[in-house]
Design a protein around this ligand. Structure first.
Ligand SMILES: C[S@@+](CC[C@H](N)C(=O)[O-])C[C@H]1O[C@@H](n2cnc3c(N)ncnc32)[C@H](O)[C@@H]1O
Length: 282
């Protein structure tokens, strides 16, 4: 099962250049996976000569991520990220720190941390995303508020992109892990180990029947873009349970002593619908 937002943008991993995406390729992928509703939505996307129109797809991605920000606001995600980072940093007082948000989208978490000066002085806040349009808008929003944070287009886990210059770096993300298959997860954690990050903390959806039902209700109530509604509910269905995340983190970064706990399956707490998988360098 694929999310539309993953299929409608393609980037060359080496150069970061935008690649053309053919509508018939997207529809073939969706149809092959039995995703007929998603295929119907894809047929309504703007096309020129059989290729999705890049500028209009960028505008759509920005609208979808604006809607996605509402989920983070409702679940008070940035505040919870700040609490985890402050607890982690309490054991290392005064040490300069870089926080890198992998797949930052519109940079809501990074901008919030900067706007509230949530981590105190001496913290370099960086958002990185493969999607140039999203980091471009994130940078505009940060500039409009005069925030002390920065945004980079690229693969956050490639050497040199997020600044592996020896500075103590904690890598975070939100809503990213379910975009990776279970077989790709160990390499995600191994890449952070190779970058010698001091710690990682990745928040993603705790899956379960209530989460899927809650995602459907939330997306009907708060989201207007059909693509947001489709991808939002599918995200909950695709999310990895803690056992899968832990096994992947132990395979990719065993010495980081990974931790992740799912909430109660039948009575989850709303505030814990997004929960982290964490690890700290030895
Ligand atoms: C669903 S979005 C989440 C956006 C944001 N974190 C949020 O919560 O609103 C996932 C993002 O991860 C980005 N992404 C995936 N792998 C990445 C990588 N290795 N480096 C940078 N960005 C990545 C994608 O381009 C996409 O914009």
């Amino acid at each position: 099962m694929e999310e539309l937002t993953d299929l409608i943008v393609a980037t060359d991993p080496a150069s970061g250049a935008r690649l053309p995406v053919r509508l018939d390729t997207v529809i073939a992928q969706l149809t092959a996976g039995g995703q007929d509703r998603a295929a119907r939505l894809a047929r309504r996307l703007p096309v020129r000569d059989g290729v999705l129109v890049a500028e209009e797809i960028d505008a759509l991605q920005i609208r979808v991520h604006c809607e996605l920000q509402r989920l983070g606001e409702e679940l008070q995600l940035p505040r919870r990220v700040a609490e985890w980072l402050l607890r982690w940093r309490a054991a290392r007082p005064g040490e300069p720190l870089r926080v890198v948000d992998v797949g930052c989208g519109l940079g809501h978490v990074v901008r919030w941390l900067a706007a509230y000066d949530a981590l105190g002085p001496g913290v370099d806040l960086v958002g990185v995303d493969l999607n140039r349009a999203l980091v471009g808008r994130a940078a505009e929003l940060a500039a409009a508020e005069g925030l002390d944070c920065r945004f980079i287009a690229g693969d956050a886990l490639a050497p040199g992109v997020a600044g592996d210059d020896g500075m103590t770096t904690v890598v975070i993300s939100s809503g990213l892990l379910h975009h990776l298959t279970a077989s790709a997860l160990p390499e995600f954690f191994a890449a952070q180990r190779r970058l010698r990050v001091a710690a990682f903390a990745h928040w993603d959806i705790d899956p379960g029947p209530w989460t899927t039902a809650g995602a459907w209700i939330f997306h009907r109530a708060r989201m207007r873009e059909p693509v947001s509604r489709h991808d939002g509910v599918l995200s909950a269905r695709r999310a990895h349970p803690a056992s899968v995340l832990l096994a992947a983190a132990r395979a990719g970064a065993p010495d980081y002593r990974p931790a992740c706990t799912d909430g109660p399956r039948w009575w989850p707490r709303l505030s814990e619908v997004l929960r982290p998988v964490t690890g700290t360098a030895p």
